[in-house]
Write a protein that binds this ligand. Structure first.
Ligand code: NAD
Length: 483
């Protein structure tokens, strides 16, 4: 147990700390007795202060040349990498994520910032058209103050996917971190903000009240949100009052579809990695596997052997490869889903081994769970679990699998496992998801740069990353000169 006294984290407004009388404890989800930080709890007053600072900064930031904005973002990317060693342990304590995962996350976030810096100037170039009668210029202009509301599961990447495109396009931002993982993110944002003029990057801490105050503030131009569908609906209603734009990255129930010619040596470790990274707590994790009858028993046996390698414990314990669930609400929801799945008659196996055994009093620990012989219509197959429970469904009819997937409300990602590229493309095109990965359960570096990340149907509105993601942070101004 660490004996460090809790860190005191304030809001960050106009490049200065701002305290609030009320503070929220952030506890280590793997050592519940450990208070990692005491974080200022904002409300409408702090939101108004931050939004006004951002609106003031917008007046000059929007006029700053895009090359200067991009150069500052490149410095910010370098700074993120330089600061990583100072925050990855803290992030492990507040979020339950492994130190190596946090290090990789910050590296990826730095690349996202660089990609947006690089894409900015070409994206913002005006378009012009002319004929004998007139001349038309279509200019892209920033929206204004962007509210960036982020969740706890990958806070640095998810914040940088909003902050860096917003800034390169000339907007200013107010970031609201999640109450159960605000510390690493605010540490990095404060350092980053100091590179920019005061008010360009602001941070207000708190829960739903702060989110609502942002979505309803008249000077906020757009709300960019990553999180769950229930909160997204509330934000949409709040934003409707001021007819503000919204951009949403929401949940997924991503299927991994194994075809009969799949290379299981390659597929199984990648599927298991894609399902259980961050203890299953990420939006485009593999949430369900479909295996053909001809391969079913072998696929389940190999998944079992792979999952059983996980070593469960606190992320700061040596040898741990599988950390706890981030928060009490998520933990209870997963326990309920596990109990109902057991009761349904499916085969449920808790796998992995403890580095040192934990109880509920220690933290929100769960071992990774494999569920086989499960009904394709079972709750665990049809809902997003957002945790370490992986159902493997047997199938004989691929068309029926595709129909069942497409009948769902979510459509974030999907993956197809086959040696046949043409077949993979054919199946991919039949799936109603925003992204499909072939023979992997995640993006390549090329993909991170070029894939418009996001989903269809109730998995989101709009896209992040890639030059397409920049479109979320501009408006158009058309000027028509008549000769
Ligand atoms: P959540 O929706 O509960 O919370 C996300 C953020 O919204 C937090 O900062 C929270 O404080 C804030 N919030 C809560 N109520 C609000 C309100 N009324 N108005 C404004 N803001 C409010 O999500 P979570 O539990 O933190 O994350 C889990 C969900 O997020 C899962 O469904 C997951 O799939 C999804 N997710 C999606 C992506 C993606 O990119 N598609 C990435 C990560 C997580």
């Amino acid at each position: 147990m660490t004996t460090d006294s809790p860190l005191r984290i304030d809001h960050w407004i106009g490049n200065a700390p701002v305290a609030s009388a009320a503070r929220d404890e952030v506890r280590d989800p793997g050592r519940l007795a450990d208070v990692v930080g005491l974080v200022a709890r904002g409300g409408t007053y702090e939101v108004d202060l931050a939004v006004r600072a951002a609106a003031e900064a917008f007046k000059t930031w929007r006029e700053t040349p895009v090359e200067t904005r991009a150069a500052l973002l490149r410095q910010a990317a370098d700074l993120l990498e330089a600061e990583a060693p100072a925050v990855v342990g803290l992030m492990a304590r507040e979020s339950g994520m492994l130190v190596g995962t946090n290090t990789a996350e910050i590296g990826m976030a730095a690349n996202i910032v660089r990609d947006n810096a690089e894409a900015g100037a070409a994206f913002l170039a005006p378009e012009a058209y002319e004929d004998a009668e007139s001349w038309v210029g279509v200019e892209k202009r920033p929206i204004g103050v962007i509210a960036a509301i982020v969740p706890w599961n990958a806070p640095i990447i998810l914040a940088m996917r909003k902050v860096s495109p917003a800034l390169v396009c000339g907007n200013t931002v107010v970031v609201k971190p999640a109450p159960t993982a605000p510390i690493g993110l605010s540490r990095l944002l404060e350092k980053m903000a100091a590179l920019f003029p005061p008010g360009v990057i602001n941070v207000v801490h708190g829960g739903a009240e702060v989110g609502r105050a942002l979505a309803t503030h008249p000077l906020v131009g757009k709300v960019s949100f990553t999180g769950g569908g229930t909160v997204a609906r509330a934000i949409m209603k709040d934003a409707a009052e001021g007819l503000k734009g919204v951009q949403f990255e929401l949940g997924g129930n991503d299927p991994a579809i194994i075809l009969e010619d799949a290379d299981l040596d390659l597929a199984i470790p990648r599927i298991v990695g894609g399902a259980f990274r961050r203890s299953g707590q990420f939006c485009f994790a593999v949430k369900r596997v479909y295996a053909p009858s001809s391969l079913y028993d072998e696929a389940v046996a190999r998944i079992r052997a792979e999952v059983d390698k996980f070593r469960v414990g606190h992320p700061l314990e040596p040898g741990v490869t599988f950390g706890p669930i981030n928060n009490a609400g998520q933990y209870r929801a997963l326990q309920g889903l596990l109990a109902r799945t057991r009761a349904s008659g499916a085969t449920v196996e808790e796998l992995g081994s403890w580095v040192s055994e934990k109880s509920e009093a220690d933290g929100y620990y769960m071992r990774p769970v494999l569920v086989s012989d499960i009904d394709p219509e079972a709750e665990l197959v049809q809902v997003e679990q957002f945790g370490p429970l992986l159902p493997v469904v047997r199938y004989d009819d691929l068309d029926a699998v595709i129909d069942s997937i497409n009948a769902g409300e979510l459509g974030l990602g999907s993956s197809i496992w086959t040696r046949d590229t043409d077949r993979a493309v054919e199946v991919a095109r039949a799936l109603e998801t925003g992204m499909t990965f072939v023979n992997n359960a995640g993006t390549s570096r090329l993909g991170q740069k070029n894939i418009p990340f996001g989903g269809v149907k109730q998995s989101g509105i709009g896209r992040e990353s890639s030059p397409i993601g920049l479109r979320e942070y501009i408006d158009y101004h058309a000027i028509n000169y008549h000769r």
